[in-house]
Design a protein around this ligand. Structure first.
Ligand code: IVH
Length: 658
């Protein structure tokens, strides 16, 4: 075998597959194939380091990395319960139990929506963690589980024990994870369960470490070894050992009435819980009874899983509307009669791409069921084919851009409008340029950009900085007064002094998200340095892969783009990295300013806080970190007092910043 050639081949296959998986959400190979290629490459690189390529995917690792998932045979099978869905089934279950154990009581536990895991401790030290797998054989995920904050690496007792529980992602971590993925142009996880499962199946533990997973302990396979007599004592014991348990939510019931009222009350709390649950697990409390009841061929007889009715609602698909993103990617969207799902009204959900529509066989006129994936993003769950009348219109992918009419080009699973002057792409690009995480131009939101574009005030990015030439005309427009135009023009002016990473992200270079822009800005300091960097040099930068490097180089070699950059420079935009030294210190914090400050101008303080990673917003909510109060504060101050938000005075500002 030509080793050098094979290494190159594997590098390319894996990089392409990662791209398809993460960016396009369209994997072309199975996880198993991916792992096999990856392992083959790792082994070859180990043996022939001289042939290892700069863009090898194995360069991108940090933390503990395993080269494959070892198989682990469980000490006893990891079973799951039968599912039930209604009161009748609860009653039958109870009747069945009472035949063997007439006086049975039950523990009632939230059914965590994650994936089950087995943790093995020896003398109180975590030595192995495994997935359930097929119940008999799972996969070793110790390296990832060790990064989970709620997993004790050392127990409070020096015992040998196996503990089972659920590995899950909280709603908060899920939201954060998907926000980051969106920023970085990566495919979003559909729900926290998928996100958790995807995170533990990573060879590189630094990925799981960043995802904010948790572990809820709920089961000890051999409780009698520790003198435990009931499931509720087992849960208590787990808590004493140092595990996260659901002790505040778990309950006990003597009969079906108590079971049903527990289910109802947990159902009411469901939306406010920090994690996803999909039902209630009922377990016979006495372990003696449990042993008597035993197992069927497949499942334990001593417990059952009640599943909440799915939070899905039916509606009618009115239209499939195609939208054009700033990269030209065409997305079909389901437009349906507005329906209430998990706390909000929705009327639109993405249908991703042609394959997705064909797989689901969605037709305009169909009755479809909608749910909110992870309680956030609306998704079409299924098409109710049995309700078809015959008048439904089958899906057909469009051939031309719905905005400019140019012929679409198919790349992998997606179609693209390649016309750089397509108005839809232009408008999306302008919206991206002005948005909060890029140039953060207050007052230049989606609607206004669209209007200004259609009225001819802004056709290109540089026109934003020429809006002051149209001040008089703009002031004449309905909904605009002198004050709002002045505010807009001053936030446009302020945006000129943003640090390099903001404008780099704002330009909309393919594959350059917020994080990548920051890495590049920190490394190259000025746009001129970045323009000079070769593709190979870019690939050597940590966190920059071959695909990003190629895309950056392509963008910065294109004459049109270079002339845009020069124009923006001549208008006065900053293209240097402003190293605040402390930049990420305030990441994740949100401040509101109110009243007149003496030492700082409001925009100036906003910039300082933002440059350190904080957000500055206009309204006080429960999520606000603090309100900075100057003289004569307004109603925001009252609201902050009411909500118990931190109040800072002008003299506290230095402390916050530093
Ligand atoms: S006990 C023999 N307790 O739901 C089953 N499972 O069918 C032992 N789950 O696959 C598991 N919350 O992944 C148990 N409090 C809980 C649970 C729970 C979620 C999952 C588990 C299992 C399935 C039950």
């Amino acid at each position: 075998m030509d080793i050098k050639k094979r290494i190159k081949e594997l590098t390319d296959i894996i990089n392409k597959a990662s791209m398809e998986y993460y960016v396009n959400d369209n994997p072309s190979i199975t996880d198993q194939e991916y792992d096999d290629y990856y392992i083959e490459l790792l082994n070859l690189e180990k043996k022939y380091p001289e042939y290892k390529l700069k863009n090898s995917p194995t360069n991108k690792v940090g933390g503990q990395v395993v080269d494959k998932f070892e198989k682990v045979t469980h000490k006893s099978p990891m079973l799951s319960f039968d599912d039930i869905f209604n009161e009748d089934e609860i009653e039958s279950f109870d009747e069945r139990i009472r035949k063997t154990s007439p006086n049975a009581t039950y523990t009632l536990e939230p059914k965590m929506d994650g994936l089950s895991g087995s943790l093995i401790y020896e003398k109180g030290i975590l030595i192995r963690a495994a997935t359930r797998g097929d119940g008999i054989i799972g996969e070793d995920i110790t390296h990832n589980v060790k990064t989970i904050k709620s997993v004790p690496l050392k127990l409070n007792k020096e015992i040998d024990i196996e503990v089972r529980g659920e590995i899950y992602m909280s709603k908060k971590s899920f939201k954060k994870c998907n926000e980051e993925r969106k920023q970085n142009n990566e495919a979003l996880f559909a729900n926290p369960r998928n996100a958790a499962a995807g995170s533990v199946r990573q060879l590189d533990s630094s990925v799981a470490a960043k995802r904010g997973l948790d572990f809820m302990a709920y089961f000890i396979p051999n409780p009698d070894e520790y003198g435990i007599k009931t499931q509720s004592d087992a849960l208590k014991f787990l808590k004493e050992l140092g595990f996260l348990t659901n002790y505040k939510l778990n309950g006990l019931a003597k009969n079906t009435d108590e079971i049903i009222s527990y289910i109802e009350s947990l159902g009411e709390k469901r939306d406010d819980l920090p994690f996803e649950i999909d039902g209630v697990v009922l377990k016979v409390n006495s372990l003696e009874d449990e042993a008597k009841l035993g197992f069927t061929q497949r499942v334990p007889r001593w417990g059952i899983a009640y599943k909440f009715p799915a939070k899905e609602v039916l509606t009618k698909l009115k239209e499939i509307k195609f939208t054009v993103g700033r990269t030209g990617k065409i997305t079909p969207n389901a437009i349906f009669d507005p329906v209430h799902v998990s706390g909000s009204v929705v009327s639109k959900a993405t249908l991703h791409n042609e394959d997705y529509c064909l797989d689901k066989d969605v037709r305009v006129g169909d009755v479809i069921s909608i749910r909110k994936a992870g309680d956030v993003i609306p998704e079409v769950v299924e098409v109710k084919k049995e309700r078809r009348t015959g008048d439904e219109i089958p899906f057909k992918m469009i051939e031309n851009c719905p905005m400019c009419g140019s012929k679409l080009v198919k790349e992998d699973a997606n179609y693209f409008c390649k016309n750089n002057s397509c108005p839809a792409r232009k408008i999306e690009g302008l919206i991206h340029f002005a948005s909060r995480d890029t140039m953060n131009i207050d007052g230049l939101g989606e609607r206004i950009i669209e209007d200004f574009y259609n009225m001819g005030f802004i056709k290109d990015i540089s026109d934003i900085y020429r809006l002051d030439n149209h001040k008089e005309e703009l002031m004449e427009l309905e909904g605009f007064g002198e004050k709002s135009i002045n505010n807009l023009l001053s936030s446009i002016e302020n945006s000129k002094s943003n640090s390099l990473e903001k404008v780099l992200f704002a330009l909309g270079i393919r594959h350059v998200g917020k994080k990548t822009a920051k890495v590049l800005a920190k490394r190259y300091k000025t746009i001129d340095n970045l323009i000079k960097a070769s593709e190979e040099e870019l690939t050597n930068v940590n966190d920059i892969g071959a695909i990003i490097a190629k895309s950056v180089k392509e963008y910065l070699s294109n004459e049109e783009n270079l002339s845009l950059i020069n124009e923006l420079k001549s208008i006065g935009l900053n293209f240097e990295y402003l190293d605040t030294g402390l930049d990420d210190k305030l990441e994740g914090m949100t401040f509101v300013l109110t009243g007149t400050l003496q030492k700082y101008k409001r925009e100036e303080l906003t910039k300082i806080l933002e440059n350190k990673g904080a957000k500055v917003t206009n309204s006080v909510t429960k999520k606000t970190t603090g309100v900075i109060v100057g003289d004569k504060p307004g109603s925001k101050y009252d609201k902050a007092l009411k909500l118990g938000i931190n109040i800072y005075k002008e003299e506290d500002i230095e402390n916050i910043i530093n």
